[in-house]
Design a protein around this ligand. Structure first.
Ligand code: IMP
Length: 428
């Protein structure tokens, strides 16, 4: 997707996460100079297969498997340093060269052990079904201006003051939620003095490095985590994550100007999944939903939780296209639908007798929404070996044309399996 006019490309999920962004980023990283994570943290699970080798990345950008590509964790990420080192060690054991290629923004906020305690104990987190990785509580501290940033590790006196404020707030939360756990300033300081010598050598002014890369017309790939419908502003609030997962978040979270973003690739599954609670109008609560979960191996890459499965939702995709300004779509997991005799695509919601074609902000409306479907015949053939558009069965093409029409965005890629090579570039 990179060419002389597209030097900066954002890849975002256009549903509720788990769309297969990791694979697309890995494929596109071949043409990139930089791959950058800009929001979220260890709640993400980006799965990349190279041959039979499966790698799940939580915080390290999915470009790391391409030698020569520089990877950055931007200021908008909430970074769990202990988890980062577990991930780096696994990559190194796999023979991946990480040293000198991974940069961490000195302005990124740190997820503390007490953020995870608060996330685990809070009834609000349970109601949302969070990943328990401390993401929400860390962003709360960031916005409340008591967060700890990577650069604070350089200043022990300031660090202690911030930790005291953070621990004090965390303990209030733990008491309120009835938890017996308590955070401790000394234990937190000991944790930070352990991670500081390993983290500080990776710390950089990532915004400056990326802005210089933009000026030099380097190819930048900005890798979104979660999905557009989990965006704290545009998603199914309050059943969302605590960051801006949409393209706007790429500029603020990487530290590059919005005007530097040239194109946006939205990744959608050929059907819909969601993990955690909150509305999902096209959910299939029946045997078919279970069959899709089994064929698609729909279990969370981070938490192992079963994902809720349902039909493709054109209202969601069109909304994501609008909010993100998508310039192209990548449709993943088409092969999961290979055996189904009949397929449905949602074209609108019937709410209280009225047809809604725009995604509503009011969850009450969404909960009452009755999806309206187009029904298309299945292709009942394997698509796993398709490498060109013309290799696809006619019914699959018809399904994709309708999906494209409903989304209002041209399809550029179709993924037909987990491996790197199982992809169709429609323009190739
Ligand atoms: P949190 O991000 O852990 O606070 O969780 C908030 C919501 O976002 C929950 O519904 C999670 O299941 C969902 N979520 C967070 N990260 C991901 C992800 O990477 N994929 C899918 N859902 C996610």
């Amino acid at each position: 997707m990179f060419d002389s006019s597209v030097r900066t490309l954002v890849v975002v999920g256009a549903q509720w996460g788990d769309e297969g962004k990791g694979k697309l980023v890995d494929v596109l990283a071949e043409q990139a100079d930089w791959v950058v994570r800009y929001q979220g943290g260890a709640n993400a699970g980006h799965t990349v297969y190279v041959g039979e080798q499966k790698t799940v990345l939580h915080q390290v950008p999915s470009g790391i498997l391409h030698p020569g590509v520089r990877c950055a964790i931007g200021n908008g990420v909430v970074l769990d340093p202990a988890q980062l080192f577990v991930e780096i060690e696994k990559l190194v054991a796999q023979g991946v060269d990480v040293v000198g290629r991974l940069y961490v923004s000195d302005r990124a906020h740190l997820v503390m052990p007490y953020h995870k305690q608060v996330d685990g104990a809070s009834s609000a987190s349970k109601a949302i079904g969070t990943t328990g990785r401390g993401i929400g509580p860390c962003y709360v501290d960031k916005v409340a201006r008591r967060g700890v940033r990577v650069l604070d590790l350089r200043n022990p006196a300031r660090l202690r003051t911030l930790v005291e404020a953070g621990v004090g707030h965390a303990n209030e939360q733990l008491v309120t939620s009835g938890s017996a756990l308590r955070a401790s300033v000394d234990e937190t300081m000991a944790f930070l003095s352990d991670v500081a010598p390993r983290l500080l050598p990776l710390a950089e002014d990532v915004g400056l490095a990326l802005s210089n890369a933009v000026k030099a017309r380097a190819a930048l790939l900005l890798e979104g985590a979660q999905g557009s419908l989990l965006d704290v502003d545009h998603g199914t609030y309050p059943f969302v994550t605590s960051s801006n997962t949409t393209v706007g978040g790429a500029a603020t979270g990487a530290g590059v100007p919005p005007t530097a973003l040239h194109a946006a690739l939205g990744v959608v599954k050929a059907y819909t999944t969601r993990v955690g609670n909150g509305p999902m109008p096209t959910e299939l609560g029946d045997a078919l939903g279970e069959e899709i979960r089994r064929i698609g191996n729909e279990f969370g890459a981070t938490t192992g939780r079963p994902r809720r499965c349902g039909w493709f939702d054109g209202v969601v995709a069109r909304y994501a296209a609008r909010v993100n300004g998508l310039t192209a779509l990548a449709v993943t997991k088409l092969d999961v639908l290979d055996t189904l005799p009949e397929l449905k695509l949602c074209t609108g919601y019937l709410v209280d007798g009225e047809l809604l074609r725009e995604f509503p902000g009011d969850l009450g409306l969404l909960e009452r929404a009755v999806p309206q479907y187009d029904v298309l015949p299945g292709w009942r053939k394997s698509t796993a070996d398709a490498r060109r558009w013309d290799d696809l069965p006619g019914e699959a093409k018809r399904y994709l044309y309708r999906l494209e029409e409903l989304s209002g965005t041209p399809i550029r890629y179709v993924s037909v399996g987990t491996r790197r090579d199982q992809i169709i570039d429609v323009k190739a």
